[in-house]
Structures are given as C-alpha cells and as structure tokens.
Design a protein around this ligand. Structure first.
Ligand code: ADP
Ligand code: MG
Length: 327
C-alpha cells in the first residue's frame, strides 16, 4: 500500500509546489479564511500550511492520511460536478508516503486538538496536541525515502519560485481569503482579505491594473470577469497569464488563443496579453478531471467558450481602443 502511494505520489507530487497546491486546496475546501504558509529551502525541507478552517475530528485524522479516503465525494455523480477543489482522496496519502508529515487539527467546536504523524510508513497513534484553531500540516524532507526522485529536485531558489507561483495563483483566485507566506523565516507576502481588483494589484502590481481593461460579460450559462492588459503597458511578466475556470487555475491554449485573437483584431497587436480572468460555467460542461495536477480542462463545447471569451475581450477593448496609446 505504501508502494502504491509512492507511485501515485509521483503523479500528484512531482515537486514541493505540487504538495503546496494540494495543501492550500485542502485549506480552502475546509472553508479557511486565513491561511499561513511557511517554507524552508524552497519547500524541500519544510512546507507548513496553517489554516482556520473547520478542522478534522479526532476519529477522522487517521483517514485523512489514508488512500482514497475523501470526505468530499460520496457518489460517482458527484465526480461530474465537483465543487470542492480536491476530490480524489489521494493527496495526503501520497505526500505521507514520501515525506515526514505531521497533521494537527482542532475540529470546529471542539476544545481539544489532536495530531498524527507519518514518515513514509504507517501513521502514528493519534495524540493530543495544542492548537488554537483549524488545521496545521507540516511536510518535511520531501522524497527523503525516494532518493531517485529527490535527485530531480532543483535548487531551493527554483523550487521556491514554483511554490511562489502556486501561492500567487491561489491567492488570485481567492481575494476573500487572507494569505501569508514566509520563506526561511522571512515574511515574503501578506495579503489580507480584499476585493478582486485589489488582490490583482497586490499580486501583479499596481501598474498592471492601471494598464488593464476590465472584463465582465455574461451570457446564458457562461460568465467571465477580471482584467487584461497588453504586456507592453505593464511590467507584469510575460507569463502573467492567469485563467481560472470555476475557481481553478488552468492552462488552456484555446482560451489563450481567443484572447490573443481579440487583441490582434481590435488593437492590431500580436503579443500575448497579460490577464487575470475568471470564467464560470456549469461544472457539467467542463471536465477538470483530465490530469491529477488539474491544470488542464476539457470543455464540452470549446467553440462556444472560445467565441464567448473572444467577444468579451473584444467588447472591453473596443470600449477602450480610442484611449489606448499607439502600439
Ligand atoms: P481530498 O482533498 O481529495 O479529499 P486529501 O488527501 O487532500 O483528499 O485529503 C484527505 C481528507 O483530509 C480530506 O477529504 C479532508 O477530509 C481532510 N483534510 C485534509 N486537509 C484538511 C484541512 N486543511 N482542513 C480540514 N480537513 C482536511
Ligand atoms: Mg485534497
């Protein structure tokens, strides 16, 4: 079973950033409004995520680390319409099979907190611990027992950069949640609860917001809102391309193409725009279950989605085109 988990871990957790993503999504699924992240050596030595979510009951702590034990899905139909971010029930089991994990939690309404530990083998007994609220999980020494994989870790600086990417994406998607990030005991970020435009400005820089047009469009079953800008007008890095589908960060060529096309047709500009956009549609019309890392999506009607995004951007740019500086 440990071996199966280690194999699965290779798919789900190829580097610290992937583990961080799973932990952050668990905190959000638990309804956390405040999430604190501590990393050491780019997450290779330590990833700690502390939240103020609903917590885990003492009797459930064991299950949280067990394979395919998820509290989030009870039927196959649920799989069709996943609302929560995690649903496979294998992230924590995978992580616990390749790292030293301590999971501490105080269930909502309980006076007591408990913890469980695992270091690649079966988890320890559940023990009492001290914790004021929510759940704190620590993941140390990723791949300590799978040296072949440990070898593929890049420098702490590179792994940190990947962790920071994940942290930023999730913070962009949830401006209603407060996020902090420490790296090697140094405070790197603190974003308190704010509105979408404020969070985009905090993450991408105020100059992005100044250069950007607002995007807001809704038709039957589809809605998009957010901001987009020509990279030439903003310092936002070339890959400041954030697309969220039903709250999940995705990379999608089709959506990127729709944006580029609109910029080409309206502003006659051929660079890839920078953007942060939130697309919402009926979960039954999109398959997020394509890959465990879940940055790909498959739309049931990709033509309709392409057209919708194209028109939304087109409209925003047309409203602004007169004022835009010459490209
Ligand atoms: P999944 O998220 O797919 O259900 P995970 O392996 O990520 O599976 O987590 C297993 C279970 O542990 C979750 O279903 C949830 O019940 C519990 N859990 C994990 N992290 C948290 C957290 N931060 N707060 C509350 N419960 C959690
Ligand atoms: Mg999960």
């Amino acid at each position: 079973d440990i071996l199966i988990s280690q194999i699965a871990a290779g798919e789900v957790v190829e580097r610290p950033a992937a583990a961080l993503k799973e932990l952050l999504e668990n905190s959000l699924d638990a309804g956390a409004t405040e999430i604190r992240v501590n990393l050491e050596l780019g997450g290779t030595q330590l990833i700690r995520v502390a939240d103020n979510g609903v917590g885990i009951e003492e009797a459930q702590l064991n299950l949280a680390l067990a394979r395919h034990a998820t509290s989030k899905i009870s039927s196959l139909e649920d799989l069709e319409c996943v609302a929560s971010l995690g649903f496979r029930g294998e992230a924590l089991a995978s992580i616990a099979s390749i790292a030293r994990v301590r999971l501490a939690s105080r269930a909502h309404g309980s006076e007591l907190a408990y913890q469980i530990q695992a270091d690649g083998a079966s988890p320890s007994e559940v023990q009492p611990t001290a914790l004021t609220t929510g759940t704190t999980i620590e993941v140390r020494d990723l791949f300590f027992n799978t040296p072949a994989r440990r070898k593929f870790l890049k420098s702490a600086a590179t792994e940190y950069a990947h962790c920071n990417d994940v942290f930023q994406r999730i913070a962009l998607a949830r401006p209603d949640v407060s996020f902090s990030l420490h790296h090697n005991d140094r405070a790197v970020q603190l974003w308190r609860e704010q509105d979408m435009a404020e969070r985009i400005s905090a993450v991408l820089g105020a100059d992005f917001n100044q250069a950007a047009v607002n995007v807001a469009e809704t038709t039957a079953g589809l809605s998009v809102h957010g901001m987009s800008a020509l990279p030439a007008y903003s310092r936002a890095s070339r890959d400041a391309q954030y697309m969220f589908v039903n709250g999940r960060f995705v990379r999608d060529k089709l959506l990127a193409h729709a944006l580029k096309q609109a910029y080409h047709d309206i502003l006659h500009h051929d660079r890839h725009p920078a953007y942060c956009l939130f697309l919402t549609l009926d979960p039954a019309l999109v398959d997020v279950n394509v890959h465990p890392a879940k940055t790909e999506v498959r739309f049931r009607d990709s033509r309709a989605v392409h057209q919708f995004i194209y028109h939304a951007i087109n409209k925003s740019l047309a409203g602004r085109a007169g004022q835009a500086p010459a490209a």
